[in-house]
Design a protein around this ligand. Structure first.
Ligand code: FAD
Length: 514
């Protein structure tokens, strides 16, 4: 018995040694390297609360040089190199910013002073305005800083507490994408520390291969440390309409008409177009005036699904003329681009900041109820327009409605392929118009698998029906699935990996090469 206990203790010690000391790190970073349990725990989790993977250590860099030193040391090491994952605000849902047994770089610590010193606004009216922004900055901070000078970035995500580096590694999409392109197409220049530890400035004109690789590159080619973001003069207010439909054909036709206005008549074009589904008579109705909720609940019961379009136009309230103009433009849109039922239009008039930061109040409410830090088995898809009716029938009606997955937040809105840049790493369907769908479920810790199974069923349905969807922010379990995801871009992706991160050190949590 005594021998067995000794053996048991020996194995415990060995495994602790393995989990904490399997790597050697540059001595000059010792002040910024942490491996205490709380720090390791924080780096082992994300917004998904499904995957948990422990790094050996976390670096809190105090400068870009620290990141260079960390990566160079691993790249030049004669022994087994360690992997490195930049962690922005850890709002991935499938462990993408984790590094099993490697080093997580806590990018937020570059902003230790929090004084906005890494947001520098420059440019002028004739050549255009821009902001040089540390990649660790949250978009909400970029917005606040630029608004102080009457300026604003042009392309957004729905939620702003995400880092610039995190969204540029994916695409950065929202209701502005149809008109302004994703965030990755609104960047002029980047500083990147490559997988060899080199700090490289890149743009479409200079080191362009790295520039295009990194945008939508899932952290595979380098750690972005600075981005030059396109700005324009900011409007002050937003007219924000929600228009309800019981018929999918009318809903999708109106959405497509709305985004097409940009081409026909720019002045009238909406600044933002999104859409959502209502499938549960008691959920996601907060935007409706309370007296109308029973009426809409009964419509949901009657039709199974009520769809609504969100459309917004920015305007300047400084003159009554601006207010009149925006009202005229909205009227024009409703008359010329839409076939809605006039009984179901809901209008709000909010500040530009409140509109862009519209998810934050829900976050605060969910946090208060302990419902923010819970599992998020999300699925985000890009769907070719030609198959959107099949998708509606097969997924929304047959999988979700029939199996009672009705209370999650489901987004659906179209975008144009030609607003994306095919030289970048991000992958979209091969059609001029595609739809963006988000299945944004929250679950308990004991039932997230049910939602994952539902997501798998959706993917399986698309596969067997020949609907060539692409996952956004997705996770794939095997290299074959990634190769399939990248399709014709795979060879370039792989070559760029060999060029910029030949030892495959970066963002192992994406599970593409690791
Ligand atoms: P992290 O999760 O920390 O990192 C994501 C990936 O990027 C990891 O692989 C990481 O290693 C890598 N990475 C991070 N920083 C860098 C860097 N500086 N250089 C290179 N690689 C880096 N996305 C949209 O497009 N539109 C939306 O409307 C939207 N809404 C969202 C709402 C919520 C509530 C949440 C939780 C997410 C949403 N997302 C949306 C997804 C979000 O854009 C991505 O999850 C993004 O990665 C989050 O940024 P982050 O700073 O938390 O990145």
């Amino acid at each position: 018995m005594a021998v067995n206990i000794q053996v048991f203790i020996y194995f415990i010690l060995i495994s602790i040694r393995i989990s904490t000391r399997a790597i050697s790190l540059p001595a000059e970073l010792s002040d910024g390297i942490h491996s205490d349990p709380d720090v390791i725990k924080a780096a082992s989790t994300d917004y998904g609360h499904i995957i948990s993977v422990k790094p050996a250590a976390v670096l809190s860099p105090s400068s870009v040089d620290d990141i260079k030193t960390l990566i160079s040391f691993s790249f030049n090491s004669n022994s087994t190199p360690y992997t490195v994952a930049a962690k922005g605000n850890a709002h991935s849902v499938w462990g993408q910013a984790m590094a099993a047994g490697g080093v997580v770089v806590d990018m937020l610590s570059l902003n230790k002073n929090g004084n906005g010193s890494r947001i520098v606004i420059a440019g002028n009216k004739s050549s255009g305005f821009y902001a040089d922004v540390g990649s660790e900055q949250l978009w909400i901070d970029v917005l606040n800083a630029t608004l102080k000078q009457g300026l604003s970035p042009v392309s957004w995500t729905d939620y702003l507490y995400l880092t610039v580096g995190g969204t540029l590694s994916n695409a950065g999409i929202s209701g502005q994408t149809h008109r302004r392109g994703p965030q990755i197409t609104n960047v002029k220049e980047l500083d990147v520390v490559t997988g060899k530890g080199d700090l490289v400035t890149c743009s479409p004109q200079q080191n362009s291969e790295l520039f295009f690789a990194v945008l939508g590159g899932l952290g595979q080619f380098g750690i972005i440390t600075r981005a030059r973001i396109v700005l324009e003069p900011a409007k002050k207010r937003v007219k924000w309409l929600r228009i309800l439909y019981n018929d999918f054909a009318a809903f999708s036709k109106d959405q497509e008409n709305l985004i097409a206005v940009g081409g026909a008549s720019y002045q009238n074009a909406p600044d933002y177009v999104e859409g959502q589904l209502l499938m549960d008579p008691n959920t996601n109705l907060e935007f409706l005036p309370p007296p109308d909720r029973p009426k809409i609940s009964s419509l949901i019961k009657q039709y199974g699904i009520i769809y609504f379009i969100e459309v917004a136009k920015y305007y300047d309230y400084s003159s009554p003329r601006a207010n009149n103009t925006v009202d005229k433009e909205l009227k024009w849109l409703l008359k010329n681009a839409m076939s809605f039922n006039p009984g179901y239009v809901y209008q709000a008039d909010v500040t530009y900041l409140d509109f862009l930061n519209r998810v934050h109040p829900s976050e605060l409410a969910l946090r208060e109820r302990g419902l923010w830090e819970v599992p998020h088995p999300w699925l985000n898809l890009f769907i070719p327009k030609s198959r959107i009716f099949d998708f509606n029938n097969g997924v929304f009606r047959d999988i979700l409605l029939k199996n009672n997955f009705t209370s999650s937040l489901i987004l659906l809105y179209p975008a144009f392929r030609n607003k994306w840049d095919d030289r970048m790493s991000a992958v979209i369907p091969d059609e001029d118009v595609f739809y963006i769908a988000g299945f944004l479920d929250s679950s308990g810790y004991d039932n997230w698998q049910v939602f994952v199974n539902k997501n798998d069923e959706i993917l399986h349905f698309c596969d067997s029906a020949g609907i060539k969807v692409k996952q956004y922010l997705g996770h794939h379990e095997s290299k074959e699935e990634w190769i399939n995801h990248f399709g014709s871009k795979w060879n370039t992706f792989q070559q760029r990996k060999a060029q910029f991160d030949p030892k495959m050190l970066l963002s192992p949590g994406q599970k593409i090469f690791n």
